[in-house]
Design a protein around this ligand. Sequence first.
Ligand code: 5RP
Length: 229
Amino acid sequence: MTTPSLPTQDELKTLVGQAALRYVTPGDIVGVGTGSTVNKFIEALATIKDQVRAAVSSSVASTERLRAIGIPVLDANEVEKLSVYVDGADEIDGHGYMVKGGGAALTREKIVAALAQRFVCIADASKLVPALGQFPLPVEVIPMAAQQITRRFTTLGGQATLRLKDGQPLVTDNGQHILDVRGLQITDPLGWESAINQWPGVVTVGIFAHQKASVCLLGTAQGVETITY
Ligand code: 5RP
């Protein structure tokens, strides 16, 4: 007798992307995040696209995918509130606090999430952590402040490096740069998010604690687990 093989990470992403459709009400304008897990959600949305009025998107990449499947994308300024925002995470802890920004879209993600009544995080089980800080913390910065922000992270025990793409500093959708900070133990996500966001030159820190997940749909070998915070 052969043992059934465990689902791959990609299959888990597909499962949670599909499961997130439960949170989309017909006629909704949906908030859509960025990343490989969200791409699975967008593929799932394609199957109910006639029920989706429009989307507000957190990146150029997601906007292109949404338009390609025929879902109109609105500017965030055209919308007062969204019932749901669906996005992935690089890490999520037991409180629903997250680290995000591995796809460099953290600023727009926070803006769209702030419009939403409910943040549905979709993630494979590898993203669930006891405490934030294993994944390098992404921070979007104004380029002229990168060095002083790097020094400030050193005093917190972190090592910040400029994110590169094709050998050049990565430029975000907002025309800024990303620092990835290793070696941090984010013991107080709420306090750290507030404090770092005040540093001159920080556009957005990738700690999502003030805008934590309301629900996490976690893809596990046993199926999709729903964790409510
Ligand atoms: C992009 C993000 C993503 O949500 C995060 O990086 C997770 O991505 P993936 O689903 O590809 O693992 O924050 O800025």
